[in-house]
Structure formats: C-alpha cells, structure tokens
Design a protein around this ligand. Sequence first.
Ligand SMILES: NC(=O)c1ccc[n+]([C@@H]2O[C@H](COP(=O)([O-])OP(=O)(O)OC[C@H]3O[C@@H](n4cnc5c(N)ncnc54)[C@H](OP(=O)(O)O)[C@@H]3O)[C@@H](O)[C@H]2O)c1
Length: 215
Amino acid sequence: MRVGILGSGLMGGKLGTIFAQAGHEVVFSYSRSEQKLKKLAREVKQGSAQYGTPREATQDADAVLLAVHWSRIDDVLKQTGDLSGKVIVTCSLPMNDNDTDLVVAHTSSGAEELAKMIPKARVVAAFTTVPSEVLFGVYEANRETSRPSLMYCGDDESGKRVAAELIRDVGFDPVDAGPLRIARYVEPFALLVAELAYGRTGGPELAYRFERFRA
Ligand SMILES: NC(=O)c1ccc[n+]([C@@H]2O[C@H](COP(=O)([O-])OP(=O)(O)OC[C@H]3O[C@@H](n4cnc5c(N)ncnc54)[C@H](OP(=O)(O)O)[C@@H]3O)[C@@H](O)[C@H]2O)c1
C-alpha cells in the first residue's frame, strides 16, 4: 500500500523505512529539513520511498502514519488537505512541551482528541507503546513465533485491519485492544514502557509480549 508519513523523526523515519523495506510505497514528510527527508528516502535500500509535502504524502495514501509531537498536530493537519476516509495510524502521545506528562488522560486520550479534530478520518492508535530504538531490532528478528505484542485500538474495523497489517509487517503480533476509547489505558502504558526503556538499566531496545496461559 501507499503510506504517507507525517513527521519523519525517530518514529516516522524508522517506521517509514521499515514499511518501505516491507514492500510499501512510502512518502516521508513534515521535517524542518528537506535534506533529512531526501536522505531518508534515498537511504531506503529495498522498496520505494519518496519525500514530499504533507499534502503530497497524504493525497493518495492508503494509510497515513502521524508521528509528530502533540504540540505540532494542529500545524501538520493544516498542511495535509482533506483526510476524509483516510486511515490515520497515530503514534503521537499527548505529551506536554517537555515530554514529562500526558496533557490528556483518564476521561479522554490523545487518540480520541485527534479523532475529534478529523472526524471523517479513520483513526487507529498504534506504535505508541514501543520505543523507536527497538523497531529495527524487531523488524530484523522477523520472528515466526513469539513475536513481541503491539497494542492498537480504533473504532473503524477496516482501518484497524490496515493498521494490523502494518504492525505485522514491522514484526510485531498485533493485539486488538478494542475501540479508540481504550487509548485512555494504552497511552499511560506507553509512559510505563518509556520509563522502563529510558529510566531503568538495560537500554531502550525494549518490547513486550502478552501471553495467555490456559490450564
Ligand atoms: N520516540 C519514541 O520512542 C516514541 C515512542 C512512542 C511514541 N512516540 C510519539 O511519537 C511522536 C513522534 O515522536 P518522535 O520521537 O518521532 O519525535 P521526533 O523525533 O521529534 O520527530 C518529530 C518530527 O516532526 C517534525 N517537525 C516538523 N516541524 C516541527 C517543528 N516545528 N517542531 C518540532 N518538530 C517538527 C520533526 O522535524 P525534524 O526532522 O526537523 O526534527 C520530526 O521529523 C510523538 O508524539 C511521541 O510522543 C515516540
């Protein structure tokens, strides 16, 4: 599929590169440096990657990855044009300016607030619960079994199927956590993962796995 990347930093740059290597057509966008976008597109070894404006990245996209800081959401959405019907996979967490706390929680979530901003789009929350540092490792491990889990949630089933395909392509086992409102629980979990990844010993190359044990 064609995947537009809005925000080509740690998450967007790495996920876009992996999506391209997995066979998708990727368009990187929304960096302050055109050189950086150009380099990202050029360095994709296998697969197809281009760069462009947010409008170009989203125009014919089958899926759009939103990977910008919460404070940049309004700005990037102003530059995309109409997102009606588009699958928007958001990994953006509703963090304050110095990334210490969620600014939306308990009674709503970043994903739900985003969906209110673009009510005709099909918003799926995914990739919030893993650090960028683990993404290439998971992709390269390419496990058949015992894959790390990755939670996602959303209200549109077809949008969720698209997100699950992308999650699988990166090397995770997609875990459907339910409707978008479950992002209220997922987003604080993402901060827990960040605490384990960056605040404890062992390094940030951290993923998690849910297992069921039936007697
Ligand atoms: N990093 C993680 O491990 C991680 C994990 C889970 C979720 N998240 C969430 O994912 C989202 C993206 O995080 P990230 O770590 O990928 O962020 P990042 O590395 O800072 O990337 C953000 C992208 O937005 C671009 N941008 C364009 N205009 C900007 C402006 N005026 N000010 C700031 N940035 C601007 C940046 O441009 P430049 O290229 O010029 O910097 C960059 O390409 C965030 O909402 C974060 O909470 C991150």
